[in-house]
Design a protein around this ligand. Structure first.
Ligand SMILES: *Cc1c(COP(=O)(O)O)cnc(C)c1O
Length: 428
């Protein structure tokens, strides 16, 4: 499409956008008495208005029923998590029995590594991406420490080539091949948090399996943002947080995927707790653990209902919209933002650079912009003028136009604010 950097054009795109009405479903913070242009849905999604109802329902049931709420709440608490199976499985491309919700992301990855990182003398290495999200790096280090391996030896990072911002697929595949029989696990962020690069999860998963390794994905930036087919791609396991693109609220519960092929494998170790125990017999307080079939069998503690209620509101909203419509808007609005950035770059003769892949199949909702020179003051200008972005050292701002609640008009307005910021002698 031939885009134009005009208000009329942006408004026309909004008028043709079937998801435009969802902007009304979200609560926007205000700056200077105007709703902000929100680019940090990749960090904490906005609050959907309908969420409060889901939380209030739990609060009311708790007030009125207390312990009886476990069985007699409007949505009984003891199996509340089962309501996620259908809608969430569609979001991540899984069978309903392959997904569950529990804990938080890093905790879940650790728990899944109990099952899927079982190093042996010969096969003990983990492949991850260079500059993985810090929590993942700490997780890898503590896992290999725990198993008694040396970090320098056991953790193999896939590097970017000199002068490049993104990791090449061919380099991932070559590294997998090279580590070969020593490779126990490939665990990478499906979408890189810093650059927004989307990895070819299908191809990488197949390559890992070919050398005999397990393959898992950290989907923090992918869940609700990328079309996933975890079952068909034969991914062993995955986990994601729900508070980024899925708008469930700060620190709220995570989701997990465990491929069906592992459900009947009694040799897989796992850390157990009563919520993973046989559903019919859970309250018989038996001594021997008998796991629920499927991903629910990895549950441990009784589930945090107040954390799940907002997540359920979100999952139901995604289900109502469908991933295909969301992906279409995502690509279109991200391309429009990219166009606006290039236009402003030309008009102001500045020197910023988009480090996110230009090819739409290698990216999702996020554009990371590298500001050469004095970037921080431009970032401050944007924040003061109602554009919420985030700053990543050394000089990157990340812009994520979450397709559920950002409009094309927002993109146009952002361009104008950016231009004013650059023109007001803030050197970029
Ligand atoms: C956001 C994010 C996390 C956060 O982990 P929590 O355990 O939810 O705090 C982990 N990994 C990646 C790649 C992330 O982007």
């Amino acid at each position: 499409m031939n885009f134009k950097n005009t208000l009329e054009f942006a408004q026309q795109l909004d008028a043709n956008d079937i998801l435009h009405k969802y902007q009304e479903e979200f609560i926007f913070p205000q700056v200077n008495d105007k709703k902000v242009i929100y680019f940090t849905g990749n960090s904490l999604g906005l609050q959907p208005k309908r969420t409060k109802k889901y939380v209030d329902e739990v609060m009311d049931d708790w007030a009125n029923l207390a312990v009886e709420g476990h069985f007699y709440a409007k949505k009984p608490w003891w199996d509340y998590h089962e309501r996620f199976a259908e809608p969430l499985s569609k979001i991540v491309g899984a069978l309903p029995s392959e997904v569950t919700v529990m804990n938080t992301l890093t905790v879940n990855l650790h728990l899944l590594m109990v099952s899927f990182y079982r190093p042996t003398k010969k096969r003990y290495k983990i492949i991850c991406e260079e500059k993985a999200f810090p929590s993942d790096q700490y997780m890898f280090q503590s896992q290999v420490d725990f198993h008694g391996y040396k970090r320098e030896d056991a953790i193999v990072e896939i590097k970017r080539r000199d002068g490049e911002h993104n990791i090449r697929l061919e380099d991932v595949l070559a590294k997998i091949e090279e580590v070969g029989e020593e490779l126990a696990l490939v665990l990478i962020g499906g979408v890189n948090y810093y650059t927004g690069q989307v990895f070819d999860m299908k191809t990488i998963t197949a390559a890992g399996h070919k050398v005999g390794a397990c393959v898992g994905w950290d989907l923090a930036h992918a869940a609700g943002n990328v079309k996933l087919q975890l079952h068909d791609w034969n991914v062993d396991f995955a986990s994601w947080c729900s508070y980024k693109y899925m708008n469930s609220g700060p620190g709220n519960a995570s989701g997990c995927f465990i491929h069906e092929k592992h459900h009947n494998d009694a040799t897989l170790p796992r850390f157990a707790g009563w919520w993973g125990h046989n559903k019919e017999r859970r309250f018989k307080m038996e001594q021997t653990f008998d796991p629920v079939h499927g991903a629910d069998g990895w549950q441990i503690s009784n589930i945090p209902i107040l954390s799940l209620a907002p997540y359920l509101a979100s999952v139901e909203m995604f289900d109502e919209i469908g991933m295909d419509a969301l992906m279409q808007k995502r690509d279109s609005i991200t391309s429009y933002l990219e166009f606006i950035l290039h236009e402003i770059d030309k008009e102001t003769d500045s020197t910023f650079e988009i480090i996110t892949p230009a090819n739409p199949t290698d990216r999702a909702s996020q554009l990371s912009v590298l500001l050469h020179g004095e970037g921080r003051s431009l970032f401050d200008y944007l924040m003061k003028n109602g554009v919420i972005t985030d700053w990543r050292e050394p000089n990157v701002i990340r812009l994520a136009p979450a397709p559920l609640y950002t409009s094309y008009e927002d993109m146009y307005n952002f361009g104008q604010i950016l231009k004013a910021g650059i023109m007001s002698k803030i050197s970029v």
